[in-house]
Design a protein around this ligand. Structure first.
Ligand code: SF4
Ligand code: SF4
Length: 421
């Protein structure tokens, strides 16, 4: 079976905040409905999923919402026990939780650390920026409560990354954002542009809160602040995704990958959809009580969705940056009057970044590719009980340079790694 990851709408659209740009405040049942994921549904699904991934020995779960911590710590204790009981021997279980961190305290943090959750925390920048749009229903900013949660996570040693939404409140301030994240010793950040659309209305014309030009300027300035003479200290997902294209390894984000293959989305009641942006009846693959997970994953509807990025719009097919960008997200294309499709709304932003940073990204990509080749060959050499090359021997990466002046240089040993996802 091919690898398959699952993302759960743990509490459907329920949330303890009311951020103005949220694309899942409205479910098919109404706005901000109070729902909790159904345990009988998980008792049905998790054994099926564990059987599905038994060959690949990696089970990947993402818990989102709404705000997934509203399901309660007791629920997550029950869940991890269920996962462990049904996993085949040798299966590694990866759980990721996306949270506003408002409810996270020491007890939560200890639990998340002990089960090795990767926790994504939504942070839009320093207090004044974060609180501009990330408010509760009383209109109060959430920064201080979020930071208390983030600190608890860091004290417990939880692996954290940051999700930062780029909107009118911070699109002009990328350097400030980067300085803030550095000051807070954040290692991994994902920036996403704010889009004012609902996942339940995929055919409605999307509205965007930043223009392609604004987002393009943001990316170019962000790159400048991030690059640090080719030795960045923070991993930024969109740059990592472009680097993956330069290196020639599979892209871990669907937006800049070849296909719409982001895993399956499971609503609290077992309804399954192919993408977080398409939670609408026309795209429903089935319900876990009525159909098996394996048959939904292999269904013609799911395969058709995975392939819906292709063919790329005409503009992408002749684009000089096609290999790096791979056409962006179909949700951001517009249907044109002649029946064709426009490229991704943020096309001009990507081009602006590539024009600005292509050479430097390419050079970094070459260096990473060499390093990966070196590590692979070094592993083969040492597995064969042969000695690693001497300082003056040709480097294993094939550069033609001496080992000591290439991958054997200790300064290169910690070369940039792609973000944890
Ligand atoms: S539509 Fe966009 S978000 Fe959904 S799977 Fe395709 S690229 Fe990813
Ligand atoms: S930069 Fe624009 S035209 Fe080029 S591949 Fe990306 S979306 Fe398509």
């Amino acid at each position: 079976m091919p690898p398959l990851s699952l993302m759960f709408k743990t509490v459907s659209t329920d949330c303890n905040l009311d951020c103005s740009y949220c694309y899942y405040r409205q479910s098919l049942e109404g706005s901000r409905v109070r729902r909790r994921i159904e345990r009988p549904m998980l008792e049905n699904l998790i054994p099926q999923y564990m059987a599905y991934v038994a060959d690949v020995r990696a089970a990947r779960f993402a818990w989102q919402g709404g705000e997934p911590t509203l399901a309660g710590l007791e629920f997550f204790r029950w869940l991890t026990d269920l996962q462990e009981r049904h996993a085949s021997p040798g299966t590694s279980i990866h759980n990721a939780l996306q949270t506003n961190a408002v409810l996270i305290d020491a007890e939560w943090a200890e639990f998340l650390a002990s089960h090795r959750f990767l926790v994504g925390v939504s942070v839009d920048g320093p207090e004044e920026i974060h609180d501009a749009l990330r408010k509760d229903r009383g209109g109060h900013g959430s920064f201080r409560r979020m930071m208390a949660g983030l600190d608890a996570l860091r004290r417990a040693g939880v692996d954290c990354n940051i999700l930062c939404v780029v909107g009118p409140h911070n699109v002009g301030r990328p350097r400030e954002l980067m300085r803030f994240f550095r000051r807070e010793q954040i290692g991994y950040v994902q920036f996403i542009p704010a889009m004012d659309f609902q996942a339940t209305e995929p055919n409605a014309r999307p509205r965007y809160l930043v223009s392609p030009e604004e987002y393009g300027r943001f990316l170019a300035e962000l790159f400048e602040e991030w690059y640090e003479q080719g030795k960045p200290r923070i991993s930024i997902r969109i740059f990592d995704n472009f680097l993956q294209s330069y290196v020639g390894v599979p892209n871990d984000a669907c937006v800049h990958g070849e296909y719409c293959d982001g895993g399956l989305i499971v609503e609290y009641n077992g309804d399954v959809y192919p993408c977080d942006f398409y939670i609408a009846p026309a795209w429903k693959l089935g319900n876990i009580f009525e159909e098996s997970l394996a048959s939904m994953a292999a269904s013609p509807a799911c395969r058709a969705f995975v392939g819906r990025k292709q063919p790329l719009p005409a503009a992408c097919q002749i684009c000089e940056y096609r290999q790096q960008c791979k056409g962006g997200c179909p949700r951001n294309r517009l249907s044109l009057e002649d029946g064709s499709q426009s490229p991704d709304y943020f096309c001009a932003s990507y081009k602006q970044l590539f024009r600005y940073a292509d050479e430097r990204l390419g050079a970094m990509g070459d260096r990473i590719a060499r390093r990966l080749r070196y590590e692979e060959k070094l592993e083969l050499v040492t597995a064969d009980r042969k000695a690693a090359p001497g300082r003056n021997a040709p480097c294993l990466c094939g550069s033609g340079r001496k080992h000591k002046a290439c991958c054997g240089d200790p300064a290169l040993a910690n070369s940039y790694v792609f973000s944890q996802q």
